[in-house]
Design a protein around this ligand. Structure first.
Ligand code: NAD
Ligand code: MG
Length: 387
């Protein structure tokens, strides 16, 4: 019986993970759950899974939750970190969205838990620190992002010395094929209509701008120790083939499945075993055609900014991430256009004076600085007007 904690249990990944757990309840016991607020959803999850502890980031929501349950409810970032390091869990699924996932992920690692990592932003902003802590604590980080789970499965048992190149595939999102001019007027509703994957709002917008794929390049670098020059991206609108791993002898191994996050979530949860019947089987005779083409970096420059930030290192990746989070929030609130997202990120990155990362404080400081700077850019270019 694996004893698991789910950080971000009310989100898209968190709910899919609990679906997997409830279908395989003989293999898993839920020890901890955490969320930002969402008292009603959390309460239903508490009643069904009977965790030993929960945490709610929002203190008012935590107070409300306490009125309805006897399970200990911790609050604030400290409370989330406390549940992330709860003594009786073996496995922590890190599925909080954004920068907010960093400290809880580090807490789980420092407490020696195996981590199933969905929160890619923690590797984007502090990849060296996170992987360094994991090495120090001899903690395994199991990728949950579908492409990285795919790479992990292709690599298993093969030494990194035989690895030549990783190709991550991207659906291209809802705006595939559109040029900059057409992108100028797309709405948040359009951006939230992802053709193949059902995900939280922030990552869905990141997929539409290709920033998500940029983050995944950075994530792959940290997870698999491969340089940015050896990580490529291919647009594959069918989202059936999730990665290609090329070896030094010229041969490649690819990973295929129907697009369903339950597969990589279940693989991280059950590793090194596989669970039965997690997702529908793939019928290639029905899919028919798989197509591939290079990404359009002119229409979707966020992907290039991620490569740039990865090559620069230091505080630049944290600045990239914070500027993106701020820009995406503004876009979703109708305070910035779709093409403003890359413009806000670029201006914030260009005005940043890079420094080294010498601890969590320097990451937090870069994050704070970039949010403030990006906010100024948004006010200037948007004039604070609702579109
Ligand atoms: P989501 O928005 O659906 O859920 C986010 C979860 O985080 C919620 O439970 C929310 O309550 C919690 N949360 C938000 N802010 C918080 C805070 N300040 N403190 C504590 N908890 C907080 O997001 P999602 O789509 O499930 O994505 C979660 C993570 O997984 C992201 O990093 C995303 O990039 C990654 N990911 C998601 C998918 C997917 O299919 N959804 C695929 C690959 C990777
Ligand atoms: Mg992915």
């Amino acid at each position: 019986m694996k004893r698991i904690t789910i950080l971000g249990s009310t989100g898209s990944i968190g709910r899919s993970a609990l679906e997997v757990v409830s279908k395989h309840s003989d293999g898993f016991k839920v020890v901890g759950l955490t969320a930002k607020g969402s008292v009603d959803v959390l309460l239903r999850q508490i009643r069904e899974f009977k965790p030993e502890a929960v945490a709610v980031y929002d203190r008012t929501a935590a107070k409300e939750l306490r009125k309805h349950t006897r399970v200990p409810v911790f609050d604030g970032e400290d409370g989330v970190c406390r549940v992330a390091s709860h003594e009786s869990s073996d496995f922590v699924l890190s599925a909080i969205v954004g920068f907010a996932g960093l400290l809880p992920t580090l807490s789980a690692i420092r407490a020696g838990k195996t981590v199933g990592l969905a929160n890619k932003e923690s590797l984007v902003v502090a990849g060296e620190m996170v992987m360094g802590e994991a090495r120090k604590k001899k903690v395994r980080i199991l990728p949950v992002d579908s492409e990285h789970s795919a790479v992990f499965q292709c690599l298993e048992g093969r030494g990194a010395s035989a690895l030549k190149r990783i190709i991550l595939t991207a659906s291209g999102g809802p705006f595939l094929g559109k040029g900059r001019r057409e992108l100028a007027d797309v709405s948040p509703e359009d951006a939230l209509k992802h053709p193949n994957w059902s995900m939280g709002r922030k990552i869905t917008v990141d997929s539409a701008t290709l920033m998500n794929k940029g983050f995944e390049v950075m994530e792959a670098h940290h997870l698999f120790g491969i340089g940015p020059g050896s990580i490529d991206v291919l647009i594959h609108p069918q989202s059936i083939l999730h990665c290609i791993v090329e070896f030094t002898d010229g041969s490649s191994i690819a990973h295929l499945s129907v697009p369903d996050m339950k597969a990589p979530i279940a693989y991280a949860l059950s590793y090194p075993e596989r669970l039965n019947g997690v997702i529908p089987r793939l019928d290639l005779s029905k899919v028919g055609t798989l197509t591939f083409k290079p990404p359009d970096l002119e229409g979707f420059p966020c992907l290039s900014y991620a490569y740039e930030a990865l090559k620069e290192g230091g505080t630049v990746p944290a600045v990239l991430n914070a500027a993106n989070e701020t820009a995406v929030e503004a876009f979703l609130a109708g305070e910035a256009g779709f093409n403003d997202i890359p413009a806000i990120i670029k201006e914030t990155m260009d005005s940043h004076v890079k420094s080294g990362i010498d601890g969590i404080e320097s990451v937090k400081e870069a994050d704070r600085w970039a949010r403030k700077k990006a906010g100024e850019v948004i006010r200037r270019i948007g004039g604070g007007k609702k579109r």
